[in-house]
Structure formats: C-alpha cells, structure tokens
Design a protein around this ligand. Structure first.
Ligand code: PPE
Length: 297
C-alpha cells in the first residue's frame, strides 16, 4: 500500500475514501503463470501502461513511475511466495476532500495478489458457458467511458452479470447504446465465421483487452483472418463459434447465447486451438511469445 508491504488484515482504508464514495479508482487485473524460468507475469508492461491511461482519463496522478509500479507488482508476488496468481493494482482517490470533483491530489496505490482459479467455473474452459445478452446497455463512451478500467463503471457490469446469473446463465454480454455488441461483464467477445475471427472494434465502447490483443495476434499467426467490426446480436446466434477473453476468465468457449446453441454446442476447433496457444504462451512454452512473460525473480 503506497509503497509498503502490509499484512492482508491491515490493508484498510477510511470509509470517506473518495473512491469508496464515488467510484474514482482505476485498476488492472493481471495474471502470473508458472514458467520454466519461474513465475512470470503475463504482459506486465502492457497492463501497467493501461493503468496509466485509465488514470489519465480520470485526471488521477499516480505518484510512482511505471517501472516502480511494475516492480511493486513483482515484489508483491515474491513476498506472498506465489507461483500462479491474480494481481489487482488499484490507483484511487483517497481520504481527503469530499464532494464530486477530480482534484489535483495524488492517487493512493495498492497492489494485491492472491491465487484465483478458473473464473467462470472449473469446466468452463472445455465445456464452455451459457451467455445472456443483457437488457442493460454498456455505459456510453460519453457518459462513463469504457476505455478506462475504473472501479465505478463496474456497477454497469454488475447489473448485467446479476441479471444473467438470476436467469440461470453463466455470463452476460452487453450491447452498446447503438445496439452493437460491446463486451461481456468482464471479458471481450469474439465470433468465428468460416475461419475468420471477428471482434468488436474500440469504437464499439469496449475495454481494449490485453487478452483480446494477444488472441488476435495468436489467431493471425495461426493463419486466420482477423477483423475488427461491429457485430449485432444475430451475428452471435449464427456464428460457427463464440468465445470470451479476459485476464480473469482467460479464453472461454460460449456454447449457448439467449438459449440458442452455438455451432454444435461443443467447443469449436478454432477456439480450442487458440486456447492451447494462449495457455502455452502464458506459461512461456512458445519461443515466439516469450516477450510476454515477465519473470518475477
Ligand atoms: N472487458 C471488460 C469490461 C473487462 O472488465 C475486462 C477485464 C476485459 C474486457 C478483458 O480485458 P483483459 O483482462 O485486459 O483481457 N476484466 C477484469 C476484471 C474481472 C473481475 O471480475 O474483476 C479481468 O479479467 O481481470
């Protein structure tokens, strides 16, 4: 917390913390995987860069340089003796001035690391998940910009996720205010059609996922055409394959959307190949992508 290692039970903030009252924090979700060279953080530099971009959107000054944040992340993993974990850095407006403003006070910064298993259930990676297109729309880019990974905007995701779970689904997809597919409550979405891999563009109001970007590169390297274009919900229903990507969720097949079976209801071959590439790259097993592995020791 703010540069010091603090025991788990003492990692506390005041109830008048600005970010608690108004949602004015920005964060990252990062994973560390075991590799031959020891634990390695997946695309650490890219996550740290996105944290600063999110901070800039909310006029939040992080009082450390990016390499200090990166080293703080490695240090938190080492101090906890973790080889495989999820890391949550948060930069937020702290205790001080109350009232709705984005003042000049520097951000408080906390980094937490803990083991976090399969996000969408143990069998989600192979069997896939059932998804509901939510009745809630993704927050508009000119209201609460989805390009920033800010704590407060997850109210929008939480409404959608809760609706999906309540209705017996595993996950929610949100359409943007124009009606095009944006992303999941915490994942980007891809469809596969005749071997082409398609995902919504940045202008659809998505978070530019680092897993998304990785999977786009892996797909190109496997010889697939990759396109960023707007999708409507029927593009989802009629796709050969649909899958979700995210740091927490990793790469997850979708077997059903709104009660329509996707493909034959089994994990599709393109999804399966991309999962294999992704997990191998994250574990440092593919020479071509070892620049993505940032060793902790
Ligand atoms: N869209 C949203 C809305 C999102 O929250 C995430 C990550 C992504 C796309 C994928 O981005 P990336 O992780 O860089 O590939 N969601 C994070 C938070 C999940 C949570 O429940 O907390 C995550 O996956 O870490």
């Amino acid at each position: 917390m703010d540069g010091d290692l603090v025991p788990w039970d003492e990692a506390k903030v005041h109830v008048l913390t600005h970010a608690f009252q108004y949602g004015t924090g920005v964060f990252e979700g990062i994973r560390c995987y075991p590799t031959e060279r020891g634990p390695a953080v997946f695309r650490l530099e890219d996550h740290v860069r996105r944290l600063y971009r999110s901070a800039a959107i909310y006029r939040l000054t992080i009082p450390f340089d990016p390499e200090t944040i990166a080293e703080g992340i490695r240090e938190t993993i080492r101090a906890n003796g973790l080889s495989e974990c999820y890391i949550r850095p948060v930069a937020y407006r702290g205790y001080g001035e109350m009232g709705v403003n984005l003042g000049p006070e520097p951000a408080r910064v906390t980094i937490v690391a803990w083991p976090w298993g399969t996000y969408l259930g143990e069998d989600s990676i192979e069997a896939g998940v059932r998804v509901l297109v939510s009745s809630w729309r993704r927050n508009d880019a000119n209201a609460v910009p989805p390009a920033a990974k800010a704590t407060g905007q997850y109210l929008n995701s939480a409404l959608a996720k809760a609706e999906a779970l309540e209705a017996g689904f595993d996950e929610a997809l949100l359409l943007n205010p124009q009606g095009f597919v944006a992303d999941g409550s915490g994942q980007n979405v891809f469809v596969v059609r005749d071997g082409t891999v398609i995902t919504p563009p940045e202008s659809a109001g998505i978070l530019l996922g680092i897993t998304r970007e990785s999977v786009m590169q892996l797909a190109r390297d496997l010889g697939h055409e990759v396109r960023e274009r707007n999708l409507v919900r029927t593009d989802l229903y009629t796709a050969d394959e649909v899958f979700l990507t995210g740091t927490a969720a990793e790469v997850v097949p979708v077997r059903d959307i709104d009660g329509r079976t996707i493909g034959d209801g089994q994990r599709g071959p393109v999804t399966k190949a991309l999962q294999a590439e992704f997990f191998a790259a994250a574990r440092g097993e593919l020479d071509r992508y070892t620049a993505w592995n940032d060793p902790v020791t």
